[in-house]
Design a binder for this molecule. Structure first.
Ligand SMILES: Nc1ncnc2c1ncn2[C@@H]1O[C@H](COP(=O)(O)OP(=O)(O)OP(=O)(O)O)[C@@H](O)[C@H]1O
Length: 479
């Protein structure tokens, strides 16, 4: 029943002769496109597409797969897609979607509705799914067919029923968007094939539809449409499912009744449990490391403080202890405690003939210890309790000083009542520096400048050793 479907003017004899089945009431001129409610969805500028080149054999029609765009991206212009896919000789230049017929609006294949309502809620190339409420957008397969030998009054519904049934689709899954009359019996028709479920067709479903079309397994009533060619087949690939959010939560024991049927859930929980163990392990490790670090820092700080405080405390305590014990204080490790009798014997009872010199703290006697060591023994004048302290501190300090340019303290003696304090040094032969510079030793054989410089440098090195360690500040220097 084609009556009343295509209300088009009668064709001229010349154009009617072109078609095998002339449509008497097609508009004139023959190539003027008949556009019925062209939808801007197809021609609105869109963003760059993700086009996958159709893998088609010569027998196959064009098949385009296009990935769904990310939310922020836009698809390309549909015209560009079609231009890239047009098979030579398909007559695409005849498609002039922006040209609107000046003649009567045809009915038939293009009658109502041609397109669902345009909505701004859908992304480019998606449409509102017909028969649904709200913003239910889907990505249709966009199919453009060139219908050949179209009858004079094609029945739209019969055409759609044949097409949908042979493509294993429901009748409401195909919506005619627009069509263009190319000649008396040739029509370009654009359709949206709407997915029944989901937001787009799966690859297998799209491939199935495409192969049915390209293999010409779709047959129309020859009284309506005798043949067709595929101009465009655009399929939008379903978007990949978004990855599940990673939720870290306290692991809970699965209920017993779920254990047997929750393999996937169990594996997921295992994964979460492993992650939690890892997180807790790392956290515990960091915590232990931090505690150990704090303890080490505190220990070092305490030890350092103790070390810095120790010399004064040690000297004080030792000094006090020594003073209290008056002559029985502990012997420095490198310094011997000498017996008074030995020192008395070494100096021939401190005979005047043994005197080497005299300084601010007393006379210095030359002597030889029982083991044959030549020494210089300094007999300190009694300086009272304070003098005893200074003596003992000096012994403590000098016993620790070892330098090639410093006179080594060999030993000492301190009586219990502190009346006798003696220091025993290694003997420095050849007299004093003063006697060489200003005394009788230098008169006959004055020191040359190289020797003087060497003596000055050695003395400076010795002083450096004594001066910079702050604990040796109490030492009286020889100048
Ligand atoms: N180890 C020594 N070997 C040889 N002679 C020494 C030795 N120590 C001191 N003398 C002699 O004894 C003298 C007195 O030395 P002492 O150290 O008592 O006083 P000083 O260093 O000269 O002056 P001060 O009393 O200011 O320290 C020195 O001038 C030196 O001739």
């Amino acid at each position: 029943d084609f009556s009343g479907n295509l209300q088009v003017p009668a064709q001229s004899p010349t154009t009617a002769a072109e078609g095998a089945s002339a449509v008497s009431d097609l508009p004139s001129p023959s190539n003027r496109p008949l556009v019925h409610r062209p939808s801007r969805r197809h021609f609105a500028p869109c963003s760059a597409p993700t086009l996958v080149a159709p893998a088609q054999s010569p027998l196959h029609g064009p098949l385009i797969t296009a990935g769904h765009p990310p939310i922020s991206s836009r698809l390309s212009k549909p015209l560009m897609k079609r231009s890239a896919l047009v098979h030579p000789g398909m007559g695409l230049p005849n498609i002039a979607p922006t040209q609107i017929s000046a003649g009567p609006i045809p009915a038939g294949l293009a009658q109502p509705p041609l397109s669902p309502e345009v909505s701004n809620c859908c992304k480019p190339d998606s449409i509102l799914k017909p028969g649904t409420h709200g913003c239910h957008c889907v990505y249709p397969i966009k199919l453009d067919l060139l219908l050949l030998n179209v009858s004079q009054n094609p029945d739209r519904n019969a055409f759609l029923v044949e097409l949908t049934s042979q493509l294993d689709l429901l009748p409401n899954q195909i919506e005619i968007i627009n069509f263009y009359v190319l000649s008396l019996s040739r029509l370009n028709i654009s359709m949206d094939i709407i997915p029944h479920t989901g937001i787009s067709f799966s690859a297998s479903d799209a491939s199935k539809i495409n192969s049915s079309l390209v293999m010409h397994r779709v047959h129309f009533d020859p009284n309506v449409v005798r043949d067709y060619q595929i101009l465009n087949f655009t399929w939008f690939e379903p978007p990949a499912p978004s990855p599940a959010p990673i939720v870290v939560s306290r692991p809970r024991a699965a209920p017993a009744h779920l254990s047997s049927n929750s393999t996937l859930l169990g594996s997921s929980n295992k994964g979460n449990h492993s992650n939690l163990i890892l997180i807790f392990g790392i956290s515990a490790g960091i915590l232990v490391f931090a505690i150990i670090s704090v303890l080490i820092i505190c220990s070092c700080t305490f030890h350092k403080g103790k070390t810095e405080a120790f010399p004064k405390e040690s000297v004080k305590s030792r000094t006090a202890d020594v003073v209290e014990r008056a002559g029985s204080f502990p012997h420095p490790s490198s310094t011997r405690f000498l017996q008074y009798e030995e020192l008395k014997e070494a100096t021939n009872n401190f005979a005047p003939a043994s005197i080497l010199g005299e300084g601010g703290f007393g006379r210095v006697f030359k002597g030889v210890l029982s083991d044959g060591t030549s020494v210089a023994i300094k007999r300190l004048t009694n300086g009272g309790p304070q003098g005893d302290k200074e003596f003992l501190v000096e012994v403590e300090m000098l016993s620790r000083l070892h330098h090639r340019n410093l006179v080594k303290l060999v030993g000492y003696y301190s009586s219990r009542d502190s009346s006798q304090n003696l220091l025993c040094y290694e003997l420095v032969p050849n007299g004093s520096l003063e006697s060489w510079l200003h005394g009788p030793l230098g008169v006959n054989c004055p020191l040359d400048w190289d020797t003087r410089m060497k003596i000055a440098l050695d003395a400076a090195r010795g002083l450096t050793t004594m001066c910079y360690p702050q604990r040796f500040q109490s030492i009286q220097y020889i100048t």
